[in-house]
Design a binder for this molecule. Structure first.
Ligand code: SME
Length: 161
């Protein structure tokens, strides 16, 4: 496994995701420990895009529980249907929130967070087992490109299971 990411910071967002994805696949190949892989994937996303916060919440019983992340400390538990994360879990859908103040029930872990994308991770039975949450300190940061590529990251995680 390569120990360093190679990302051309002159690239567009989509080109960076395209450069990153095979490196993420290589990063987790041969490692079976879920926490180790999640930790490295979140670090790689942070390192590439310098997002304010990038991490996972894991479905445990009837709650999401904080997992590996990069960024400021965050809320540890989120109920189904609550906040952006709990809503994405309930709807089993990616949610792009251009302005968190406009999202009813948004949970403000950090007052610096202005926009957000949340992507569910599914198991083989199509149940949501985790969600990936990415926050930005700018409005309107995330679009369909982030959704497409973060869903590919979610698929990588699904394959650990
Ligand atoms: N804003 C999220 C909570 C998680 S933090 O942003 C890390 C939400 O509304 O679900």
């Amino acid at each position: 496994m390569a120990e360093a990411l190679i990302i051309n910071q002159q690239f567009s967002k989509e080109e960076k995701y395209q450069q990153l994805l095979p490196q993420l696949a290589a990063l987790v190949r041969g490692e079976t420990d879920l926490i180790a892989n999640l930790a490295n994937l979140m670090a790689a996303l942070k390192q590439t895009f310098n997002f304010l916060w990038v991490g996972v919440y894991v479905v445990k019983n009837d709650e999401l529980v904080l997992g590996p992340f990069q960024g400021p400390i965050a809320c540890t538990r989120i109920k189904k249907g609550k906040g952006v994360c709990g809503t994405a879990w309930q709807q089993a859908n990616t949610l792009i929130v251009p302005d968190v103040d406009e999202f009813p029930g948004h949970i403000a872990c950090s007052s610096e967070s202005k926009s957000e994308i949340v992507v569910p991770v599914f198991n083989k039975n199509k149940e949501v087992i985790m969600i990936i949450d990415v926050d930005s300190e700018a409005l309107n940061t995330f679009d369909e490109t982030d959704a497409v590529y973060l869903e590919k990251v979610a698929n990588l995680i699904s394959n650990f299971e």
